[in-house]
Design a protein around this ligand. Structure first.
Ligand SMILES: Cc1cc2nc3c(=O)[nH]c(=O)nc-3n(C[C@H](O)[C@H](O)[C@H](O)COP(=O)(O)OP(=O)(O)OC[C@H]3O[C@@H](n4cnc5c(N)ncnc54)[C@H](O)[C@@H]3O)c2cc1C
Length: 329
């Protein structure tokens, strides 16, 4: 057992990850599990993670898991959750900026800023935490806006340097559903986002409310993400299709129902055309749906779909091809 001492609370062993999905009913275990809290223990725990980093103990940090697909192999490392407790948004009246802890939900942030009359309505309906939104440069594709339109700076813990650093994103920091942090953390988690500063235009509470209501009414059906009826949101990146000038994946499904098929519960929901699974679905069923989808879309539209969801396997994040290969063998 590697040295995982130094954390404020006990690290749990052999932890079942099944409930870490909003939509997938079967997942393996994490070798170790820990939850970070935004309180006086945070700095100590980040130092303990820095020690794990130096000792090459693998760990991954997650927010609300709304962009996560864990395989039946589980994760042979330390799965770190971020607690939603003690989230905070502060409005700086003079600078007209909002400072927010990374564990604040996007919904909480949008509501807070709407009350003050600032226009973050484009972020309406994005599930998950603000820190994840920065890492994945989240955005609602039809709104044309994403986190990169609003983020001024971020306070980030660097596990390699074992200290907090301030990042002011330049034009290379963000790309479509991507950021330098996401890339840097892909093979080994180097950065933890602690805090973000965001800015937007003042348009008044009523106008923000109108935009908010319009976006919610467009999104209502797809935002059913309880464990029972859950869906994976965008399994395939619509933002990628938009950059190619091609219609969204749900529109393709509507136009060509043959893209859909049901592999033992792995299918696109007839209600909202988003990926769902059932109690019986195995990874091999999901893999068969992925193969079917990729082939059909390639044949009908001539494009390669890019996945948006993170697939977590025993050695860390894997790509679609590896998941398919592992699951069908
Ligand atoms: C129904 C539904 C609708 C969705 N709609 C949208 C949408 O409109 N637009 C969109 O962009 N996405 C959408 N998504 C995908 C998902 O909600 C977003 O990617 C969201 O930003 C993920 O937030 P999370 O807290 O759940 O992150 P998680 O899934 O827990 O993690 C996502 C990534 O962020 C990293 N991360 C999280 N917190 C930190 C931190 N503090 N420091 C460093 N790394 C961190 C994790 O390591 C992981 O790589 C949708 C998903 C669902 C299920």
């Amino acid at each position: 057992m590697p040295d995982l001492s130094g954390f404020t609370r006990p690290v749990q062993n052999d932890y079942g990850l099944q409930n870490k999905h909003n939509f997938k009913k079967k997942a393996g275990n994490a070798k170790w599990y820990y939850q970070l809290f935004f309180d006086e223990s945070l700095e100590n725990d980040l130092n303990a993670l820095a020690k794990a980093y130096q000792n090459n103990i693998p760990f991954r940090i997650f927010g609300a898991h709304t962009n996560l697909f864990i395989t039946e192999n589980g994760y042979d490392g330390l799965f770190v959750d971020i607690s939603l407790k003690n989230s905070k948004v502060i409005f700086d009246e003079a600078a007209k900026t909002f400072t927010v802890t990374s564990n604040t939900t996007v919904a909480e942030f949008v509501n807070f800023t709407m009350d003050k009359g600032y226009d973050f309505a484009a972020l309406t309906g994005i599930p998950g935490m603000m820190g994840s939104g920065l890492v994945g440069n989240s955005g609602y594709t039809p709104s044309g806006k994403m986190f990169s339109d609003f983020v001024v700076e971020a306070i980030v813990f660097d596990f390699e340097e074992n200290r907090f650093i301030k990042i002011v994103p330049d034009e290379t920091f963000f790309s479509t559903r991507n950021s330098t942090i996401k890339q840097s953390n892909k093979d080994k988690t180097r950065y933890f986002v602690k805090e973000l500063v965001l800015k937007s235009e003042f348009i008044g509470k009523e106008k923000v409310r109108e935009k908010f209501d319009a976006q919610i009414s467009m999104r209502r059906e797809s935002l059913k993400i309880s464990f029972k009826e859950g869906n994976a949101g965008s399994l395939w990146s619509n933002a990628h299709l938009q950059t190619l000038g091609i219609k969204s994946f749900p529109s393709m499904l509507k136009e060509n129902p043959s893209i859909n098929q049901d592999f033992n519960g792995a299918t696109y929901s007839p209600n909202n055309r988003l990926f769902i699974t059932s109690e019986a679905t195995r990874d091999k069923d999901a893999a068969r749906l992925f193969v079917h989808t990729l082939e059909k879309v390639k044949a009908l539209y001539g494009v390669e779909l890019h996945k948006e969801v993170i697939i977590l396997d025993k050695d860390g994040e894997i790509d679609t091809e590896t998941f398919i290969k592992n699951s069908l063998n």
